[in-house]
Design a protein around this ligand. Structure first.
Ligand SMILES: *[C@@H]1O[C@H](CO)[C@@H](O)[C@H](O)[C@H]1NC(C)=O
Ligand SMILES: *[C@@H]1O[C@H](CO)[C@@H](O)[C@H](O)[C@H]1NC(C)=O
Ligand SMILES: *[C@@H]1O[C@H](CO)[C@@H](O)[C@H](O)[C@H]1NC(C)=O
Ligand SMILES: *[C@@H]1O[C@H](CO)[C@@H](O)[C@H](O)[C@H]1NC(C)=O
Length: 213
């Protein structure tokens, strides 16, 4: 696992640069696993995700975090087009409905991203021993940081790095299938239906990444 992370960091950092007039691609529907780590090595979250790329809906259920338990059992359902999300606690059937102030997330390349280059991880010439990725970069919406995203030629995200003020995160995506295996995961659970929209405290920014900062 650590070797894989090191490789991903390397991939993210060593994109060859050349001018190209690419437009950011958009990922297909996906089911897979996502891990979020801080550069210090803390596992902020690890768990299964389901993503509807047309409907811009994401479900992420974290079942691991280390060394703190902060996101153990964290269950998020995000509707990026509507700009709202639910924080679900299935243990006590409770739910919070909140506004998303920022809709950036690690599965979709922002439309204003800059193309950095193409990099072959492993071998480009030995069958099955390499992966060709495109690397995209850009600023965070608050301009206090930047991101770097690597995606495959079919636009499956491989890894995204966020550098934000004093913190940095690496998000790795693994075991991806390009389909939604369980569409019910993208339906608002019954315990959330009657939930009023919570007010966002002054100065708070809700986003996918902010859930782990
Ligand atoms: C992606 O999933 C959504 C929701 O299940 C579905 O409506 C849509 O047709 C799917 N898109 C593709 C390209 O399969
Ligand atoms: C988290 O969930 C995945 C898949 O559902 C499973 O493979 C893994 O063992 C789980 N981890 C823990 C700590 O429960
Ligand atoms: C994390 O969770 C485990 C089991 O759920 C518990 O024993 C442990 O005290 C928790 N640690 C913290 C720092 O909350
Ligand atoms: C459900 O549990 C979470 C923490 O496990 C707690 O913060 C929340 O207040 C609980 N909600 C209800 C309705 O009991």
């Amino acid at each position: 696992m650590y070797a894989a992370i090191t490789l991903l960091v390397f991939m993210c950092l060593t994109a060859s640069t050349y001018a190209d007039h690419h437009h950011p691609c958009h990922a297909p529907n996906m089911t897979g696993f996502m891990s979020l780590r801080s550069m210090k090595g803390d596992v902020k979250a690890y768990g299964a995700f389901t993503y509807d790329s047309m409907g811009k809906k994401l479900r992420f259920r974290s079942n691991e975090s280390y060394p703190t338990n902060t996101s153990l059992g964290l269950d998020l359902l995000m509707f990026f087009d509507e700009g709202i999300f639910y924080e679900i606690d299935s243990k006590n059937q409770s739910c919070e409905k909140k506004t998303l102030q920022c809709t950036q997330h690690p599965l979709d390349i922002p439309n204003d991203a800059t193309f950095m280059g193409t990099i072959n991880v492993g071998s480009p010439s030995i069958e099955g021993e390499g992966i060709k990725t495109n690397v995209w970069t850009g600023s965070m919406p608050d301009m206090k940081g930047h991101y770097s995203m690597s995606v495959t030629m079919g636009c499956l995200p491989v890894c995204t790095m966020y550098f934000h003020e004093s913190s940095a995160f690496i998000v790795s995506i693994t075991e991806v299938d390009s389909e939604i295996k369980d569409p019910d995961l993208l339906v608002v659970p019954s315990c959330c239906l009657a939930q009023p929209l919570e007010e966002t405290p002054e100065g708070t920014v809700n986003s996918f990444l902010n859930e782990f900062m």
